[in-house]
Design a protein around this ligand. Structure first.
Ligand SMILES: *[C@@H]1O[C@H](CO)[C@@H](O)[C@H](O)[C@H]1NC(C)=O
Ligand SMILES: *[C@@H]1O[C@H](CO)[C@@H](O)[C@H](O)[C@H]1NC(C)=O
Ligand SMILES: *[C@@H]1O[C@H](CO)[C@@H](O)[C@H](O)[C@H]1NC(C)=O
Length: 197
């Protein structure tokens, strides 16, 4: 296993603050997304709590994402982040659609793209959420044979993660099964320099 060693393009990723970890393996196939997913309940603002670190974006904190419904039922995505070391702000605007809207049981899988790129990859999987408190999001892309890049985010409705034990237990269970904790990074949200996006 090695850590991210090459530049991840903002446009290629989900564009939170660009988060990716590279693994010497194929994408896992046993990961399940949330069933009976509701886009409407998921809309609104989220704060990033943790993510897979990526070398080239390591200084971005205060990451906030906002999801709003478009007229055509797609979702507008606005991701903002602030660099506490040099004061730079990034904002990525995108569009999301359900990956498989005709399925009998809607899964929390979305195709997110940025800067007008086509929504042709199922690259935002909500593994679990209660819509009110937290969301756990994962994605994997094959780079080449036995080499893949995974993204992972824990999102919260508030800048401070809930202390609710049931919620923390659910998140912990997902991490235990799927996540390499050594590559996780906590996102700073409480720094007074964090802008209100
Ligand atoms: C701040 O640092 C990031 C990388 O950490 C870089 O992409 C960005 O260009 C820098 N901005 C300024 C204003 O120096
Ligand atoms: C989302 O991307 C997947 C490929 O990963 C594709 O099969 C699916 O048709 C796309 N969904 C939409 C609504 O475009
Ligand atoms: C990829 O992994 C599989 C299973 O471990 C192995 O059989 C195969 O040779 C690997 N391919 C390459 C190109 O390393």
């Amino acid at each position: 296993m090695r850590t991210a060693t090459f530049l991840l393009s903002l446009a290629l990723t989900l564009g939170l603050a660009t988060a990716g970890a590279v693994f010497e393996r194929a994408c896992p196939t046993d990961i399940e997304a949330k069933q009976y997913f509701s886009v409407d309940a998921y809309l609104g603002k989220w704060y990033e709590m943790q993510r897979y670190e990526s070398y080239f974006e390591e200084n971005f904190d205060c990451v906030q994402v906002r999801y709003e419904l478009n007229d055509d039922q797609s979702v507008s995505v606005s991701n903002s982040a602030f660099n506490l070391f040099n004061g730079s702000t990034i904002n990525a605007l995108g569009r999301a659609v359900l990956s498989f809207p005709d399925e009998e049981i809607i899964q929390g899988k979305l195709n997110v793209s940025f800067f007008g790129a086509p929504n042709d990859r199922s690259n935002y999987w909500v593994l679990d959420t209660d819509y009110q408190t937290y969301s756990v999001v994962w994605s994997c892309e094959e780079l080449e044979e036995n080499l893949s890049e995974e993204s992972f985010w824990v999102l919260s409705r508030t800048p401070i993660m809930t202390a609710d034990r049931d919620v923390l237990f659910r998140i912990h269970n997902i991490m235990r099964r799927y996540i390499d904790r050594s590559q996780l990074r906590f996102t700073r949200q409480l720094d007074e320099r964090c802008p209100v996006f």
